[in-house]
Design a protein around this ligand. Structure first.
Ligand code: ZN
Length: 361
């Protein structure tokens, strides 16, 4: 097993980590974050589970990170992403884990957002010798495949020299993630065509590293079971077609599983055998954070209504201190991630040579 320095991975280290996941039959949770509470909780959970992890921001998450009050929302989406990236670059090595830093779905109107973030990485590379992110997602799955792939090629030509990767999407993940996506999609679009995957492989793999969100009936969010059927064998067929056509080793595509929240564990396990190296999780961790805070509020109602108990004068400062109740959200968030690391067989698999300060017994 090769080891990597703890911290944000990019370039060859990124590829080493992706390969280790696939060869080891495990995947990393890719967790959507919205601020320092959730970012720190992801790093704490990864360190606790001795696993590497993917930290990702949607455009809305990035905007929230910069602050909803910022007047220029485009600027907020760029600066929020940069700020979050700097936070992770500074702290990840101290948690002793490897982090893939990524941004989530960017559809056609969000192409300028991705381009602005690439410019920031180019500048950071000049100044500090590292890109800000490991990869960005470009999701043009709602457009025709020619536009999807030619835009992906164009951006990958800028990313590859920085040691950065691109994630693309073929077929459509059902549901909606932060304003990207739709509930009304033809059922056949929910399943990626192996021929499309082959075309993506042929066009992108010669430019740089790419990963693929292939659709196999996965849906964002948690819905009543029975709406769509997960068919992981679609992933298998796409891998087999490329392997056969280009005489590659097994599972040539690096696959990403979107809409993992609420999925059947057996289907997750099956998907892992077809080259999935990360699974996105957002809905379930959002709920976990809310549940942790909600339970705390419910059992300390008075502290959220008055600073001092009107009957007996008890001061509630300790209870309404944001550190008290935000921590409850973090704790439940971490518990949900314990489950994700376990389901994805990532527990104990970290490649990081820990630079965290070792505790002296
Ligand atoms: Zn997604």
């Amino acid at each position: 097993m090769s080891n990597l320095n703890a911290g944000v991975v990019w370039g060859e280290d990124y590829k080493t980590l992706v390969k280790a996941c696939k060869d080891g039959g495990y995947a990393l949770p890719a967790v959507n974050v919205t601020g320092t509470n959730t970012i720190n909780a992801v790093m704490e959970a990864a360190a606790k589970n001795k696993s590497d992890v993917v930290i990702q921001l949607s455009n809305g998450g990035a905007q929230f990170y910069a602050g909803k009050g910022m007047e220029d929302s485009f600027e907020a989406k760029v600066l929020g992403a940069v700020s979050a990236a700097r936070h992770v670059h500074l702290l990840a090595q101290h948690y002793g884990i490897c982090v893939i830093l990524h941004t989530d779905h960017a559809n056609k109107p969000l192409i300028p957002w991705v381009e602005a973030m690439i410019t920031q990485s180019e500048e950071n590379m000049k100044k500090n010798g590292v890109p800000l992110f490991s990869s960005h997602m470009l999701d043009l799955s709602a457009d025709d495949i020619e536009f999807n792939l030619s835009e992906s090629e164009r951006l990958l030509k800028r990313l590859a020299p920085l040691g950065m990767s691109i994630e693309i999407e073929l077929g459509v993940t059902g549901g909606e993630e932060d304003g990207v996506g739709s509930d009304e999609i033809d059922n056949d679009k929910l399943y990626t065509q192996p021929e499309d995957c082959l075309q993506a492989y042929e066009r992108l793999s010669q430019i740089g590293h790419f990963s693929l969100a292939a659709s196999f009936g996965n849906v964002h969010g948690v819905y009543k079971p029975g709406n769509v059927e997960l068919r992981p064998e679609i992933l298998k067929n796409s891998q087999a077609l490329i392997q056969e056509r280009h005489n590659t080793p097994r599972n040539p595509l690096d696959l990403v599983f979107h809409g993992g929240s609420g999925s059947e564990k057996a289907k997750i396990e099956e998907a892992l055998t077809y080259g999935v190296f990360r699974m996105n999780i957002d809905t379930d961790t959002q709920f976990a954070f809310a549940e942790g805070v909600g339970d705390y509020v419910t059992s300390n109602v008075k502290a959220f209504q008055c600073q001092i108990d009107p009957e007996d004068g008890t001061p509630y400062k300790k209870q309404y201190d944001p550190r008290a109740w935000l921590r409850k959200g973090e704790e439940r968030f971490i518990e949900r991630l314990d489950e994700a690391f376990f389901d994805l067989k990532a527990t104990g698999q970290s490649l990081a040579i820990s630079t965290a300060k070792t505790k002296v017994a």
